[in-house]
Design a protein around this ligand. Structure first.
Ligand SMILES: Cc1ncc(COP(=O)(O)O)c(C=O)c1O
Length: 392
């Protein structure tokens, strides 16, 4: 008989494959130090000076209540409403914004606000591996729906088939981790039409949670459409952790779609504080709230990520790898030569090259490379990647 709750055990079960990969990766690095670490989206160089300066400046108290309890502070939320209005083309107001501990915190809020125990949430496959544990902690069910094979488009037929009377949320992650896909407006409109029809059929609203932490990491001048412009019942989450490559600095937000019917918009706005408090004071630390306007313009060198994408794709495809060309994010997704992502990952580890096996995304034939590695790491890893292709 376990002493912990069924929800905690379900969350642990859901994250188990990631945890066991993490433990084996840590043990392997002890044995064979990394020539190149392409696993998690972590920084491999010193933090951006703009980030460090903003945090230092705003850690210095300017009033007695500098470090008092903070919530959705008016100045930061007004600033964000203006930024989002310009960026996404929807008329946000400051009351539509909840400041959270990164995208994690915003997703947690969305789940607390929308899900009843036993509800189902549709997530894309392959997809980020933390929706599952967070849903389990909310006593809800993750329903994985494969993206279209090859293109990784939203598979509307598969989504339609997966919707049941218990479906409450469909997660749209764009730009998409791990494939780098950015969904077009037409594709999102198709999803919106489907969810409109299905909501009417099952007798309650199916929401979209638009998970957009990579929204500003895009290549080749490709644009971005939030599902919120085509589907009123959309909540948006964002994080500064990706664009600043500082996931240990917990800053993000949840935004209500201004297009939501007025009564529902008001109800959600009024829930913000209670939910943030109930979720364990899910609000960023005070200095980060003050620093937010300064942090807004801090960005990793996206051109450098694009160059690394070209270098890697060029080399890997030349050696016979089948790779997806990402339109955004800092990941590369492809098929492991030989078709066994775990075996491929283990083989590379022997040369000090660390990638993430597709099995942690429930796609065991594939693998992911994180391009936050340095140019030197990429060059250093290429011989092992070439050899691994031949080995298959
Ligand atoms: C798709 C996706 N959503 C949300 C998150 C959470 O972002 P953060 O850690 O910045 O809150 C991540 C982080 O890896 C992610 O890849």
């Amino acid at each position: 008989m376990s002493v912990v709750s069924a929800r905690a055990r379900a969350a642990a079960q859901s994250i188990q494959k990631v945890e066991s990969f993490f433990m084996s990766y840590r043990a392997a690095v002890e044995k064979t130090p990394a020539v190149a670490d392409f696993t998690f989206g972590n920084p491999q160089e010193m933090p951006l000076p703009g980030l460090v300066n903003a945090v230092k400046t705003h850690a210095d108290p300017k009033s007695v209540d500098w470090y008092a309890y903070k919530t959705n502070e008016a100045e930061a939320c007004t600033f964000l409403a203006d930024v989002l209005t310009g960026e996404l083309g929807l008329p946000f107001e400051r009351e539509d914004i909840a400041l959270t501990k990164g995208a994690f915190g915003a997703i947690k809020m969305a789940f607390t606000m929308l899900l009843e125990p036993g509800d189902e949430c549709i997530v894309p496959l392959p997809g980020w591996f933390c929706y599952g544990p967070m849903l389990a902690a909310a006593a809800a069910a993750e329903v994985q729906v494969p993206l279209a094979p090859g293109t990784f488009d939203l598979d509307l037929e598969a989504i339609a088939d997966a919707i049941t009377p218990r479906t409450r949320i469909v997660v749209v992650n764009t730009p998409h981790n791990p494939t780098g896909r950015i969904y077009s407006r037409a594709e999102l409109q198709g999803l919106a039409d489907l969810l409109e029809a299905k909501s009417a059929e099952i007798g309650h609203r199916v929401w979209i949670l638009s998970d957009e932490p990579y929204r500003r990491i895009r290549f080749d001048g490709i644009g971005f459409t939030t599902p919120a412009v085509v589907y009123p019942h959309t909540l948006i989450d964002y994080s500064y952790g990706k664009i600043m490559l500082a996931p240990g600095l917990r800053l993000g937000y949840l935004a209500i779609n201004p297009g939501l019917p007025a009564a529902e918009r008001k109800e959600l706005r009024q829930l913000f504080f209670a939910v943030q408090m109930a979720d364990g004071w899910n609000v960023p630390d005070a200095p980060l709230i003050y620093a937010l306007p300064d942090l807004e313009s801090v960005s990793i060198d996206i051109a450098a990520i694009a160059r690394r994408r070209e270098r890697m794709l060029g080399a890997l495809t030349q050696w016979g790898y089948e790779m997806t060309r990402p339109e955004g994010t800092f990941y590369l997704w492809g098929q492991a030569p030989g078709g066994d992502g775990d075996a491929f990952t283990t083989r590379l580890q022997q040369s000090g090259v660390y990638v993430m096996p597709g099995s942690v995304f429930d796609r065991p034939t594939d693998f992911r490379i994180c391009l936050t590695a340095t140019d030197d790491m990429i060059e250093g890893a290429l011989p092992a990647l070439q050899a691994a292709a031949q080995h298959a």
